[in-house]
Ligand binder design. Structure first.
Ligand SMILES: Nc1ncnc2c1ncn2[C@@H]1O[C@H](COP(=O)(O)OP(=O)(O)OP(=O)(O)O)[C@@H](O)[C@H]1O
Ligand SMILES: [Mg+2]
Length: 317
């Protein structure tokens, strides 16, 4: 399968910040790549380069064989992008927003009307179509933004954190819509901070941290890098975190999770559970949870970067 999106060694700096520090990735035709990373990892910057909104300092990128830097106008006609911040006009109605996009693409008037109706229906916005966007909920704005990105029937779609800030139900609904698009053959590059989202929607996942892709593979391949299973320890008293960390360091390599949990890649399987229990008891640390489980993508991130995705958010804030 020919790659629909090819990115090679992209570098973009802002002052001393290397927003992109040599990003290389591919998305096969009809495939879904999840670009997974915490705040400030370089996800939006990557998407902006690929959608012609930003010139990198160096590196190459092409979409469906079209060079992003050499032929931006041609590229814009065949891609769609829905951003982290919904780019819809607050003062227009839902329908007017879609019509505006159709006009920007110079679509025939009848086609615009047909396409707008179809998309409003698909995104369950028909009833709200004549209301100004100002009164829309966050979920409605996201759906409208996604609808707007589809007006030109893009073959390649870029979605930058499509469900960030949505409640679980709205998120689930949006996932279903995205899955429909993929089933129809759209190539998708999706950025997300949600491990669960990448796991559900993407065929392959590229983990990005501080402007670099630090791992790439299927969800299962990434999970295997953690070692098949992990031991999770939750101290009963959160003040015992440091002592628990020290105790567990004698039997493995613990990493701190966002919720105060400590996880240990379980290279020795069940044996590690008993060892962990022993060293914690010897240190006099009460625990409320001790379990062996299949690693989540969160564990993968922790193992790869040494910090939790959620913690990075605080650091960069
Ligand atoms: N216009 C800009 N000026 C200065 N620094 C920037 C600019 N845009 C991005 N950066 C910096 O580049 C880095 C990558 O930013 P980017 O927006 O790509 O991250 P992200 O992965 O999309 O994060 P988030 O999950 O918060 O959206 C960050 O350190 C950010 O502060
Ligand atoms: Mg972003």
């Amino acid at each position: 399968m020919a790659a629909a999106v090819e990115v090679e060694d992209l570098v973009k700096t802002y002052g001393t910040t290397r927003a992109l520090d040599g990003v290389t990735l591919q998305v096969p035709q009809g495939g879904v790549l999840g670009l997974l990373g915490p705040n400030g990892a370089g996800k939006t910057t990557t998407v902006r380069v690929l959608t012609t909104l930003l010139r990198p300092d160096s590196g190459r990128a092409s979409v469906l064989g079209i060079d992003v830097l050499k032929d931006p106008d041609k590229l814009r006609r065949i891609i769609g992008v829905a951003g982290q911040y919904a780019a819809v006009d607050e003062l227009l109605t839902g329908r007017e927003n879609l019509v505006l996009v159709g006009k920007l693409y110079h679509l025939p008037k009848a086609e615009i009307t047909r396409r707008a109706d179809e998309l409003l229906e698909r995104f369950e916005l028909t009833a709200a179509a004549s209301r100004v966007v100002k009164g829309y909920s966050g979920g409605m704005r996201r759906r409208l933004d996604l609808a707007a990105s589809l007006v030109n029937r893009p073959q390649v779609l870029f979605l930058d954190e499509p469900t960030t800030g949505l409640d679980p139900r709205s998120r689930l609904r949006l996932w279903e819509v995205i899955e429909d698009l993929v089933r129809d053959g759209t190539t998708l590059l999706l950025t997300t901070q949600y491990l669960e989202e990448a796991d559900r929607l993407a065929d392959r996942i590229a983990v990005i941290d501080t402007g670099k892709v630090i791992a790439e593979g299927t969800s299962d391949e990434l999970k295997d890098r953690v070692g098949g299973s992990v031991v999770v320890v939750r101290p009963a008293n959160s003040a015992d975190g440091d002592r628990a960390f020290a105790a567990l360091s004698t039997v493995g390599e613990p990493v701190r999770g966002a919720s105060g949990d400590l996880t240990l890649p379980a290279t020795t399987g069940v044996t590690l559970v008993t060892e962990a229990a022993r060293v914690l008891e010897e240190a006099g640390i009460a625990i409320s949870e001790l379990a062996l489980r299949r690693p989540t993508l969160d564990d993968v991130f922790l193992t790869l970067t040494g910090h939790a995705a959620e913690q990075a958010e605080e650091q960069s804030a």
